[in-house]
Write a protein that binds this ligand. Structure first.
Ligand code: PDD
Length: 284
């Protein structure tokens, strides 16, 4: 069945959804995006996603073509017309259509596109088994804190991981893991300390990351925000990644080295369970 998607003020079937070849999102990857999870037909942590969208737009001096308060209205309309119980709402703002020129257009009319994806989120089979990751060089630009649509480096890293027999890539720069290809990376040390890289321009400030750190604090876990190496991760008690699309995803091996017993660890499972509980309670 064809989805209904939103393109610049209109709700249309996906086969009729069109963007100009001159759109700067297409020509320059001059656009930003957000992905919010849907659980029970409701949006998870959407306010935080929209706050990050606003920050990404500000960093790129781009404006939003609709008032910010309008965005959740459109998101909810799409969830409803497409009958999404679990899945995602994707939204993208680009700098819009202008003749090809590196400089920003004088008169900017940004584009806004949104669509839904229907897929299991809270009951993913991968989360039961855990995933294998492959380390890949992080060849991205230096402003990874801005959620731009220039995702070719991540796409290449995921493809390389797949070729190496893994499910996903963790990216490495100067000997340390930055983050996953589309998620933040965490380990739990032998003494039960939760470790994840500190915020900065070299990683995306994950909304799920933040929520998981809050849960960890509630659970009384010691948290260290610092870089870690692949070797430290391989020797960790547990590992996992976080994102709006996969929530808390257990990692069971890195570069073919099994982590601990090769099954999702107890702290990871607890964090995932608690995350889902809170998401179900607070989604709107
Ligand atoms: N990706 N790091 C990167 C590079 C990401 O692309 C993402 C999200 C995250 C996790 O952020 P959050 O918890 O806010 O989803 C970290 C989305 C899901 C995607 O591109 O599909």
């Amino acid at each position: 069945m064809s989805r209904v998607v939103y393109v610049n003020g209109e709700y249309v079937h996906e086969e009729d959804a069109k963007i100009s070849v001159f759109d700067r999102g297409f020509l320059f990857a001059d656009g930003v995006y957000e992905v919010a999870a849907v659980i029970g037909g409701k949006l998870v942590d959407n306010e935080a996603h929209l706050a990050r969208l606003e920050r990404s737009l500000t960093e790129l001096k781009m404006r939003c073509p609709v008032p910010f308060t309008e965005i959740p209205v459109i998101q909810r309309e799409l969830v409803e017309v497409n009958d999404i119980d679990e899945g995602m709402v994707y939204l993208q703002v680009s700098r819009g259509v202008a003749d090809r020129d590196f400089n920003f257009p004088k008169k900017e009319q940004p584009s806004l596109v949104m669509f839904t994806q229907d897929r299991p989120v809270s009951s993913s089979p991968k989360a039961v088994r855990g995933i294998r990751v492959s380390s890949q060089p992080d060849i991205r630009w230096k402003r990874r804190d801005i959620k731009t649509v220039q995702l070719l480096a991540q796409s290449l890293a995921k493809e390389a991981a797949l070729s190496a027999g893994a499910d996903d890539a963790w990216m490495v720069e100067d000997g340390f893991v930055t983050e996953g290809s589309s998620n933040n990376a965490f380990i739990i040390t032998a003494d039960g300390t939760l470790v994840t890289r500190q915020l900065g321009n070299d990683i995306l400030h994950g909304i799920t990351r933040r929520a998981v750190l809050e849960i960890a604090a509630e659970e009384g876990l010691t948290v260290e925000e610092r870089p870690f190496t692949v070797v430290e991760a391989q020797g960790a008690a547990e590992a996992f990644s976080t994102s709006a699309s996969a929530l808390v995803m257990p990692v069971i091996s890195i570069d073919n080295k099994t982590i601990s017993q090769g099954v999702p660890g107890p702290i990871t499972r607890k964090l995932r369970e608690r995350y889902i509980e809170i998401a179900q309670e607070t989604a709107v």
